[in-house]
Design a protein around this ligand. Sequence first.
Ligand code: PEP
Ligand code: MG
Length: 551
Amino acid sequence: MILMQGKGVAKGVVNGPIYFFQRPNTAISDAPAADIEAEKARVAAAQVKSADQLSALADKAREEAGEETAILFETHAMFVEDEDYVDCMMNALEEKRCTAEKAVQTAGEEFSAMLAAMDDPYMQARAADIKDVTRRILNNLMGIVEGGINSEEPVILAADDLAPSETLQLDKSKILGFITQGGSGNSHTAILARTMGIPAICGLGDALKEEQNGRMAYIDGETGQVAIEPDELTLSLFQSKQEKQRELKELMETMKGQKDVTLDGREIMVYCNIGSPEDVPAVVANDGQGIGLFRSEFLYLASSDYPSEEEQFKAYKEVAAAMGGKRVVIRTLDIGADKQVDYFQMHKEENPALGVRAIRICLNRPEVFRTQLRALYRASAYGKVAIMFPMITSVWEVRECKRACQKVMAELDAEGTPYSKDTEIGIMIETPASVLVAEELAKEVDFFSVGTNDLTQYTLACDRQANDLGKFFDPHHPAVLRALKIAADAAHKAGIWIGICGELGADLALLETFLAIGIDELSVSPASVLPLRAEIRKSIAKTCTLEKLEC
Ligand code: PEP
Ligand code: MG
């Protein structure tokens, strides 16, 4: 048996084989190829493989997803062999004497640009199909596995560390748990694991080695323990915790459909944090009363180019409609810091957490902002959408955001496009500056939501990404709690509600403090809803003063 100790960042006990994440080398060389005939043969083999995969996907889709999706895959299979597209690849090989990868990449770019430039909207839309087909052929050429996991069985995914964009592209149905050498509990990868309800442990250091690939392990995402091939005693401890986990889940289920009221009668809104429409079934299954944070930037991170207005509209509409009139707070793009998106071509920064991130990018790039706002307002016609702006520090920023919203609403009015005029606008309180000007900010918006991950980082001057700050990164610090109280008082003075959507919202040890501070809403990962509800029903709301939030 090998025992390892890391930091548990997403609860749950699971067991399965360890699988080391292979980071694909996606760089395509411009160097000339030695043997053009051999490169042609590689292209042909990758084409056959891609066509086979696509027809298998079409068969599967016909059984599981319906005729429309099946036809899409069949069309893609036809594109793989399209004469003009293949000519484009062969010309590149002959003329540029390049590698198979370069030829396929060039053909994909040229052919999709040609389609996009056509007048016929149907042909224009085919450009995206060609990009998709090109990506598939390239993956096959470079041995990149779609979804990142080359295993039939679900696995415990091991890695040195994982970027949020890598995590998003993994095939979740194949992942039982995450274990990483580095990482921090406040990183977006850990947040994603919690949102997906997948147990995770970070900070295992050198104890986690590639040679452990394939070995059977148990992991406990609460205690941070990993046991490879556990002995009998350790195995029975893990198994009895798994059993308790099952029993607790059954008990929690009985609370579904009930109101979240404290012993002294205070009702709290318990909402969920999500990263994509795929997370909504977990919200519904856990009986979330709404969505308090939809991290819209994950749509951008999962994409290789700017998501269009239409793509975004579809995602927001799907979530709004699926929540059936319950509030859905969608946060505008919050990239930067650990959420890097290549196609934004941001300048390298010394301190990205203090750089051009979140709302600063949107205000600097009005076209990107406008596209997202149009998609959000259009989606508001299909449910109760609320728009939230991240990383606010100043009143002028909020006013500029509101002006951008008004412009978009005027456009939609002029076009006769439906949207809800009652769409609420809120801001995140996640900087000390926003706390200190909270009274002024509260007059501008319909709600506040506190991002305690960043608020802790900026208040305590502690990098949320670092995994060695230990006790210095302390979200229970009185400075953080007093910041919450100042913001809550300002919100209530202006007659608006205040929630918490940072990870601290799920910290049961602080629940009574949040109630005393006057927090109206808690937005947590779907798996944290039921334990939180159980705790609310045992709690007393009371009230408190700033001084009471002691050192
Ligand atoms: C936060 O900072 O607490 C928050 C909810 O936003 P994110 O974690 O995505 O930065
Ligand atoms: Mg934040």
